[in-house]
Design a protein around this ligand. Structure first.
Ligand code: F7E
Length: 271
């Protein structure tokens, strides 16, 4: 069933949890765009930080044995030196990251204070054909398909030097589910352990799509720069491997191919 809900509406969340009586809640709702969080910091904090608190309060007050998964983020590590794992200090670089840290510690606090099965997955970037069109990987693969279809000539991007640990989203969802099937709740880093720059993604994807040199098509638009940037993320998910038996299977080159193929089909149905 699809129910209407809003993370900024406490009464609404309570009214959903009590009649539904869920066994598990996967809390993925957020204003999740880092650049947008600089333009809308208060809204981002309301949804991303207080939204988590509202759900946890509703779980506590319901008295039901609900298991709770909180979507934390590698953005919380910010400028801390890589590789980042569960013991790495947080150094947030955006209102989004600050809000996610509040959400992370709220989850930990409700686990310790009220014995709720509540845990956070600290997921590094996870991508795929269903990725939102304003995030860099999808923006690139969609841009390629539009260029190939003759709809666009250029693709406008921001900082091409940033490096991310990009994995394949469906595998990360499996890790979320595994976290709620464990005997006790714990916070885990989920990542591939590899890092690549936006430039690497451009090179690989334009090449695979047969367009050749990406520099012919890409222009820099400073509007996409962030007031503070996260330069390098590389996750160490050895704890997840040990506790869940989970490790990333789809690596960078395959991820690029999956995303380019999916978008080429959309604009070039014969491909
Ligand atoms: O940026 C650079 C940008 O917006 C990646 C969210 O799901 O993952 C995501 O956050 C990098 C940044 O993702 C453009 O400056 C260059 O360094 O794809 P992104 P993100 O900020 O890493 C984490 C784990 C989350 O939790 C978030 O919710 O790419 N970049 N040019 C650009 N980024 C965008 N969006 N657009 C550009 O034109």
């Amino acid at each position: 069933f699809l129910h209407y809900g809003d993370l900024t509406d406490t009464g609404n969340i309570e009214k959903l949890i009590n009649p539904i009586k869920p066994d598990e809640i996967y809390h993925l709702g957020a204003q999740s765009h880092v650049r947008v969080s600089f333009d809308m910091p208060e809204y981002t904090a309301n949804v991303d930080a207080l939204g988590t608190l509202r759900i946890l309060e509703a779980i506590k007050d319901s008295g039901l044995p609900i298991k709770f998964y909180n979507a934390a983020s590698s953005e919380m590590f910010g400028s801390s030196a890589p590789p980042q794992n569960e013991k790495t200090l947080f150094h947030p670089r955006s209102p989004y990251a600050v809000s996610k840290i509040i959400s992370y510690y709220t989850t930990q606090n409700y686990r310790e204070a009220y014995d709720i099965f509540a845990c956070s997955g600290i997921l590094f970037n996870h991508e795929g054909p269903r990725r939102g069109e304003s995030f860099v990987t999808r923006k690139i693969t969609l841009g390629i398909s539009r260029i190939k279809a003759g709809l666009d000539q250029k693709l406008y991007l921001g900082n091409l030097e940033a490096k991310r640990d990009w994995g394949f989203a469906p595998e990360y969802v499996e890790a979320m589910w595994l976290m709620l099937q464990q005997p006790s709740p714990d916070d885990l880093v989920i990542a591939t352990g590899e890092t690549h720059s936006v430039k690497d993604f451009l090179g690989e994807s334009f090449n695979y799509a047969g367009l050749g040199d990406w520099q012919k098509y890409v222009e820099i638009d400073p509007r996409y720069y962030r007031p503070a940037e996260v330069e390098v993320l590389v996750g160490d998910s050895s704890k997840a491997k040990e506790k869940l038996g989970w490790e990333a299977k789809t690596k960078f080159n395959d991820l690029v191919k999956i995303m380019v193929d999916a978008d080429l089909k959309q604009h070039n149905p014969k491909v």
